[in-house]
Design a protein around this ligand. Structure first.
Ligand code: NAP
Length: 281
């Protein structure tokens, strides 16, 4: 069978061109006003610093600005909350990204939830999640929303399909499951306490790996002609799913790298542009 590669990198590049045009149109129409994404990085985790840098670069590629805010690893919850309040009140900021994870002494949930709904372009607040899950308007959580956009771009039908999401984190597994349910899939959510994981995965028409362990999901558990989405990225260029043996026998798969990752950043900047259009326009 011919296998479809769900090329997130190519789709993100294509979408960036359209976003660039929208940013240029805003600037022309509204006296040079530019969408701004504030990026909050707390502490000195090198991977987080890299992700924030990549997000800033994506902003620049489409002609919008990022406002990088870096706070020391000793930052307290109240100091971070004060900074978020300042950004909420800054009319020039259209979106706020708080890079996950924050240092252990910080109450991350309180800080996520302090972000104004209208600036929650990374889709991390409980309010945004609840609204999204109920089918009300809200910015989607960037990684699962990016996966949904990727599936849509490749005309992957979800209605009536059995989707199995492995992982239930607030930023990935849970919103992913809710989005797929809203798209009329029948959804199974698996996690570390799930029994007979392989049996659940064998029934998946669409499998999403969001576990955080390299090649944890074995190719033998995945049926022929499934659609395989791998959110993981680990040293050596592998994801959470053992992908190589699947390449010739599944219907579609996301490459690692170049599948889910670029769509996460692309969704973040697309939602910031949308927020800016609403606020400026
Ligand atoms: P996380 O917060 O660590 O969550 C991992 C999830 O996997 C948890 O729900 C956990 O279950 C589940 N799990 C752990 N061991 C398991 C097992 N033995 N069997 C079944 N489930 C198990 O991770 P995350 O932030 O959601 O990230 C997941 C993956 O996506 C990682 O590889 C991460 O790097 C990647 N990611 C990629 C992007 C991107 O932009 N590409 C963005 C975010 C994350 P419990 O809830 O029971 O502990």
């Amino acid at each position: 069978m011919s296998t479809l590669i769900l090329d997130g990198k190519a789709l993100a590049q294509k979408t960036e061109q359209k976003l660039r045009d929208r940013v240029a149109a805003l600037k022309t129409k509204f006296d040079g006003q530019t969408p701004i994404l504030a990026t909050l990085l707390v502490g000195d985790d090198p991977a987080s610093a890299t992700y924030v840098k990549m997000k800033g670069n994506a902003c620049r590629r489409i002609g919008m600005q990022s406002l990088p805010v870096e706070l020391p690893s000793t930052t307290t919850t109240s100091q971070l909350l004060a900074k978020i309040a300042e950004l909420n009140n800054n009319p020039n900021v259209h979106g706020i990204l708080l890079q996950h994870p924050v240092p252990a002494q910080i109450d991350e949930r309180s800080c996520f939830d302090a972000i104004s709904l209208s600036k929650d372009v990374d889709g991390v607040t409980c309010l945004g999640f609840g609204r999204m899950a109920m089918g009300e308007s809200a910015y989607g959580c960037a990684t699962p929303k990016g996966i949904m956009r990727l599936l849509e771009a490749y005309d992957i039908a979800l209605t009536g399909k059995h989707a199995v999401v492995v992982g239930r984190s607030p930023i990935l597994g849970k919103p992913m499951a809710a989005m797929m349910l809203n798209a009329n899939a029948t959804v199974t959510i698996c996690h570390s306490k799930t029994q007979q994981l392989a049996e659940h995965i064998r029934r998946a028409d669409i499998i999403v790996g969001a576990v955080g362990q390299p090649e944890f999901i074995k190719s033998a558990w995945i049926k022929d002609s499934a659609v395989v989405v791998d959110a993981g990225y680990h040293p050596g260029g592998v994801g959470d799913i053992e992908m190589t043996p699947l390449i010739d026998r599944v219907a579609a798969y996301t490459p690692v790298p170049g599948g889910v990752g670029p769509m996460t950043i692309n969704t973040l900047i697309a939602q910031t542009v949308e927020s800016a259009e609403q606020k400026i326009g």
